[in-house]
Design a protein around this ligand. Structure first.
Ligand SMILES: Cc1cc2nc3c(=O)[nH]c(=O)nc-3n(C[C@H](O)[C@H](O)[C@H](O)COP(=O)(O)OP(=O)(O)OC[C@H]3O[C@@H](n4cnc5c(N)ncnc54)[C@H](O)[C@@H]3O)c2cc1C
Length: 393
């Protein structure tokens, strides 16, 4: 084992939407090192399908997006954080588009869809159901355009380095080397923890490392009881726990129990478009009642060509397991999807430890309350120059 050390201005741990956006914001203000524990493109961000919620359509308003978010959060959202999300979202999306993000359009206008617990069509999507890949592509390209940003892939962060109660860097395992990276500010952007569950939509990198690392350094961890289960993941022998986007129900797909009966209207007035927690619980109730390990998602009544064009990735993946989603009902069951809790931060991403910041799924500002509104996690602003890591000296 080799031991070495190096110094940068900003150390960003994680290369998903949160880490990349942080790196881009910090790049003009000093040297930035981005660490990922796998290859550059292996993040939850790249797997996001349905889209990104933003109040940009003619029928929508920022205050309605705010109300929907607070309602889905079950009265437990930090309302100041929700305001930041919904008010700054439109400018963030326009910025992403100016960097080259290609969201789907109808004619010359952006195409918006609806997902559970949204009362307006406000979800932008890309290449049908590959929104995360597009956002990741654009952010990786933008981050690479700054000479001040370097990255180490396959670099596993083991722990933070603290001195006198202040975070001054992190210890990283890279190949057969242990590197102490010292920095003015450290930004944790390590994503979620779905892999703690036997059924999850999350990729193998989502093992909650950032929460454990921050906890060991003495940071405050909050709201860990709030885990979101996605209602519909593929349940088929030999198939992966593949997510079937909520946008499918937004476009008219319905749920049926194993006897072929619709049931959501017994549980909520919004039926299939009730919030995720409600739909996931209703599915589990039906599974218990019928003694089955799944229910069905049914799109057979929708136009075949529309379904193939709107959900190309899902169509192709299901076909590999002998399920033609235009002709067959899809066996589905809930799986752990998103962690609302995490490392407690203020609205500038600052944790209780000087020099340590957190952003993205690892962080908890309280914006999602007890239940994240669908598609509310891919839109993230950077910091103004007065706030955040650049202000640390
Ligand atoms: C299948 C799926 C579909 C989704 N669809 C949507 C959607 O349509 N809309 C939406 O808003 N949200 C969606 N989400 C949620 C959303 O994708 C995530 O919340 C978001 O992408 C998290 O971004 P992040 O930057 O915080 O973390 P991630 O994108 O997960 O990135 C984490 C980064 O941290 C790195 N890392 C982790 N641990 C370490 C370590 N110890 N050392 C070094 N690096 C480390 C990883 O290598 C990775 O680069 C979906 C999630 C899943 C799983």
């Amino acid at each position: 084992m080799n031991f070495s050390s190096e110094t940068v201005d900003f150390l960003v741990i994680g290369g998903g939407v949160a880490g990349l956006r942080a790196a881009i914001e910090l790049a003009p203000r000093g040297s930035v090192l981005v660490l990922t524990k796998d290859k550059a493109t292996e993040s939850t961000t790249g797997y996001a399908q349905g889209g990104v919620a933003v109040a940009l359509s003619d029928e929508d308003e920022v205050c309605i997006h705010y109300e929907d978010t607070v309602k889905a959060g079950d009265g437990l959202c930090n309302e100041e954080a929700v305001k930041v999300l919904v008010e700054e979202g439109p400018a963030c999306i326009l910025e992403l588009m100016s960097w080259g993000a290609d969201f789907d359009k109808e004619g010359s206008k952006l195409s918006f869809t609806i997902e559970a617990a949204h009362t307006r069509k406000r979800i932008l999507h890309s290449h049908g159901d590959s929104t995360g890949k597009e956002i990741e592509r654009v952010l990786i390209k933008k981050a690479r355009s700054f000479p001040s940003v370097r990255r180490y892939d396959f670099a596993f962060t083991l722990d933070l380095i603290t001195e006198d109660g202040r975070c001054i860097g992190a210890t990283v395992l890279r190949g057969d080397s242990i590197i102490n990276v010292f920095a003015r500010a450290v930004i944790l952007a390590t994503g979620g923890a779905g892999q703690l569950y036997s059924r999850t939509t999350n990729p193998v990198i989502s093992t909650g490392d950032g929460i454990a690392i921050a906890y060991r350094a003495g940071a405050l961890i909050v709201d860990m009881e709030f885990i979101q289960f996605h209602p519909t993941t593929l349940y088929s022998p030999g198939a992966p726990q593949f997510l079937l986007s909520e946008a499918m129900r937004g476009e008219g797909a319905v749920l049926r129990n194993i006897h072929g009966q619709r049931f959501m209207h017994h549980y909520h007035e919004m039926s299939e478009l009730a919030s995720r927690d409600t739909v996931a619980r209703a599915i589990v109730s039906e599974m218990v009642k019928t003694g089955a390990r799944h229910v069905y998602l049914d799109l057979r009544h929708l136009d075949r060509d529309f379904v193939k064009k709107r959900f190309p990735q899902i169509y192709t993946t299901c076909l590999q397991y002998d399920i033609d989603i235009t002709e067959d009902m899809i066996p589905v069951c809930p799986a752990a999807h998103y962690i609302m809790g995490g490392v407690s931060t203020d609205l500038a991403g600052e944790t209780g430890i000087k020099g340590l910041f957190a952003a993205g799924e690892v962080a908890c500002t309280g914006v999602h309350g007890a239940n994240r509104l669908a598609s509310n996690s891919l839109c993230w602003r950077g910091w103004s120059s007065a706030q955040g890591p650049a202000g640390v000296h």
